[in-house]
Design a protein around this ligand. Structure first.
Ligand code: AMP
Ligand code: MG
Length: 410
């Protein structure tokens, strides 16, 4: 068994994966999908000069001397609600009532907010006055959002490989893109393995525990943007493991993910079955928590075997599987952003790259990390109490209080 750094193991795994195929979807179905095409703006945004205020469109030179003591009176010649294209053109001494988002009429080069006029009646349905007195000077451009201020027609706005978050969906809608080419969601078959595992609704029996990994990992897979096929629990025998792997083949998944049963114990059948129709490697990764990561192929389908201990399975997912699913999903950038935190207390480590459960909170303007207690790899409760994984680099045995480290928020 070879010894790998976390980065080496991740690179090795990632090198086996490519983005899955693409599909065109209506915008409604694109939340948290990954864009599979570059998006070029077909129009300017905003598409026309428009008012950023409810008020009166003016020629700035008409009101350049206006004050509350010496207001300037203008004749109101039009009323321009949002959505109506104004056909008038302002001459000297004229104004038009205009609403936020409405197109600025020809001749106008500024908008005076309604609060800076003597027209205070803002109830819905109120007609505009015949004359309005302007209390403040305006300069050309004031309260006007010019056409093309945000985006120019022809501009490359979103790159292929971009995650479509809510704000990207809004932008696509603004650009008139109702159908989007996205990567389809990778399909992941998931199973747990072990004779000791019971479903959560079963009464405890002697020597048994409940299967938690199926639930944690399924949710993580979905959180990473993939579709999960829950295959249940493989028992510690050849036929049971084989039956689940064959189901994964039938389901034509893109990845098989399992937890436990991949050590080298007498009851760890997964390796044997995978090798009956594929190949499998174990890597001892220089990390904590974490046993060896198992990686292989079964009948041509990639397989990742995570450790059985619930925290090891979680950390293994975050370190290896999440970026893998990201790459399969077409994400351009699969690197996870870390935050810099200050350690509140001294932390001892054993020289392996460690992912420790911690709380991170702001104290006096900096992020401060504290471990959430017992760091045993079976202790899911201390993971639940954490909001971050604190990363101790390889080679470090002692982190003094006050030192800065990187953390992943979870
Ligand atoms: P193994 O890799 O099979 O040796 O399992 C390592 C440890 O993880 C053992 O204590 C198992 O009982 C535990 N374990 C394995 N699978 C699960 C699971 N699905 N849910 C909770 N604990 C598990
Ligand atoms: Mg086991």
């Amino acid at each position: 068994m070879s010894y790998l750094s976390v980065d080496q193991a991740r690179e090795r795994i990632l090198s086996h994966f490519q983005p899955v195929t693409t599909e065109a979807l209506p915008l409604e179905g694109c939340s948290h999908r990954v864009l599979a095409e570059d998006i070029v703006a077909a129009n300017d945004l905003p598409p026309f000069d428009n008012s950023s205020m409810d008020g009166f469109a003016v020629r700035a030179e008409d009101v350049e001397d206006a004050t509350s003591e010496a207001p300037r009176s203008l004749r109101v010649i039009a009323d321009i609600p949002a959505g109506k294209h104004p056909t008038i053109s302002l001459e000297t001494g004229q104004t038009a009532r205009i609403m936020t988002g409405a197109e600025v009429p020809a001749g106008a080069n500024a908008v005076v907010p309604v609060e800076e006029t003597d027209f205070n009646d803002r109830d819905a349905g109120t007609p505009p006055p015949e004359e309005v007195r302007i209390f403040n000077a305006a300069k050309p451009g004031w309260n006007i959002r010019p056409r093309g201020m945000d985006i120019l027609s022809g501009q490359l706005v979103l790159h292929k490989g971009r995650l479509l978050k809510p704000q990207e969906l809004g932008l696509l809608a603004m650009l008139g893109i109702a159908n989007v080419l996205v990567f389809r969601r990778p399909r992941v078959a998931l199973f747990s393995s072990g004779d000791e595992l019971l479903p959560p609704d079963a009464a405890l029996e002697e020597g048994k525990i409940r299967d938690s990994n199926s639930f944690t990992l399924a949710a993580l897979v979905e959180d990473a943007g993939a579709e999960v096929m829950r295959l249940g629990v493989a028992r510690d025998n050849h036929d049971s493991v084989k039956a689940l792997l064959e189901r994964a083949v039938d389901l034509q998944v893109d990845l098989i993910l399992s937890s436990a049963g991949v050590s080298v114990g007498a009851f760890d059948f997964v390796k044997q079955v995978i090798e009956s129709n594929g190949s499998m490697d174990f890597w001892r990764v220089n990390m904590r928590p974490g046993k060896p990561v198992a990686f292989g192929h079964y009948n041509g389908i990639p397989f990742i075997g995570l450790p059985g201990n619930p925290v090891s399975a979680f950390v293994g997912f975050e370190v290896f599987v999440r970026p893998t699913l990201g790459k399969m999903s077409g994400l351009l950038n699969t690197a996870r952003p870390a935050v810099r935190v200050r350690c509140a207390e001294q932390i001892d480590s054993d020289g392996r790259e460690s992912y420790l459960r911690a709380t991170v909170q702001t104290e006096d303007g900096t992020l401060v990390a504290r471990l959430t207690g017992h760091q045993g790899s079976g202790n899911l409760h201390s993971l639940v109490q954490a909001n971050a994984l604190l990363i101790i680099p390889a080679g470090v045995k002692c982190v003094p209080a006050g030192q800065e480290l990187q953390a992943w928020l979870i």
